[in-house]
Design a binder for this molecule. Structure first.
Ligand code: FES
Length: 183
């Protein structure tokens, strides 16, 4: 019998319903039930697998040092190390932020990325300026632009002092814009 014969309506004596119609009906019900079970399993599974990847990276206060150890008015590079979980993966995010202790004791912390195109810049002690090697932007100790193509001042990171320790939240900002827009 060819596959096309299956769909022929066939009457069997003693049964009031055509068998082909009944078979087709049961096949549809089975397919529909299997599909619904499949969807029921797939939706939570997809959510479980994909949602951690879509979640925005959690922002944490990370201890970066002790303000008591910082010189007043001289930028110091401090290590920022954060443990980042992406689904089942656990990675360590390493950054080096710039911290400047103010005469009154507070600390201002700058993002290590030049707001022009994101290069790392450095502090030139002799010149008392921050300089970016990529395109020549220059900033003063307060982060204000002195020269070069930088469209805005250095980006300030949230920081706080608790129990004699300095905590920072690391953020990244879009480069090339006049305003600091967080990524
Ligand atoms: S990235 Fe710093 S001046 Fe261009």
């Amino acid at each position: 019998m060819s596959g096309g014969d299956e769909h022929k309506t066939e009457f069997v004596p003693g049964l009031s319903t055509p068998i082909g119609t009944r078979r087709t009906f049961f096949r549809w019900v089975t397919t529909l039930a299997a599909g619904m079970i499949g969807i029921g399993l797939a939706v939570p599974l997809i959510g479980y697998v994909i949602s951690p990847a879509l979640k925005r990276r959690e922002q944490q206060w990370v201890e970066v040092g002790r303000p008591g150890d910082l010189p007043v008015g001289i930028p110091t590079q401090l290590d920022y190390v954060q443990t980042v979980r992406d689904g089942w993966m656990e990675n360590r995010l390493h950054k080096a932020v710039w911290a400047i202790k103010q005469p009154e004791g507070q600390v201002v912390v700058f993002s290590p990325m030049c707001p022009h195109l994101g290069c790392g810049y450095r502090w030139e002690d002799g010149e008392h300026k921050f300089k970016c090697p990529c395109h020549g932007s220059v900033y003063d100790v307060e982060g204000k632009v002195l020269a070069g193509p930088a469209p805005r001042r250095l980006d300030v990171l949230p920081s706080k002092i608790e129990d004699g320790k300095l905590f920072v939240i690391y953020k990244e900002f879009k480069s090339g814009l006049r305003e600091a827009v967080e990524l």
